[in-house]
Design a protein. Sequence first.
Length: 233
Amino acid sequence: MSGTAAVLDSRGDSLSRERERGQDTAAAPALLRVDNVSLEYRTPQRLVRATHRVSFDVHAADRFVLLGPSGCGKSTLLKAVAGFIPPVEGEIRIDGRRVAQPGPDRIVVFQEFDQLPPWKTVKQNVMFPLQASRTLGKKEAAEQGVWRLPGIVGVTNLITIRPTVDVSNIRDDITHALNRSWFFDPQTIEVRAEGGRVKLSGTVQSQHERQIAAATAWRAPGVTEVFNDLVVA
């Protein structure tokens, strides 16, 4: 096993790549190849270039670290590797195949929000990735879910319960998420929550922003319904 670090500066440019002592991987094909990748996204005010012509390789069994100051494009680059953001320049390849969309060959751990759907039981939450990735069918996923749970978390008698969610925090969770987003002016959106039912009201600048706000609300833990009364001004 070897370790590699890619260093990005505050503008998202690649500064250096350093590899620890370890197995020589020069002859082995890269598991992940980021080749001259530039990434951009648009805010209401301007077009932002998140990374500029970044290149690095990651080999099998590597421990790879992206280093750089806040805002240099680390998270944006990871989203591009996951297939959520297409490069405006360069390309990303996994096992020699160009990344064009998300796929079951990659696992994404998001930085915020509980990713367990509260309407699913513990067993159903374990089954979901097995079915979504088409690794197993429903029957096989159910059998695997029962088999995996006791050995990992010791919840043999709790597989039919649903995740516990504090619904009193739903409004704050959604409000904070909207405030962190560069899509919205937080002064124009009001969030109301009663139990798992959420209502969004106020104004946004486009239909796209209206949809993003609703999707943001749906991602908050404990949300069961979203009423989107936002108006495009």
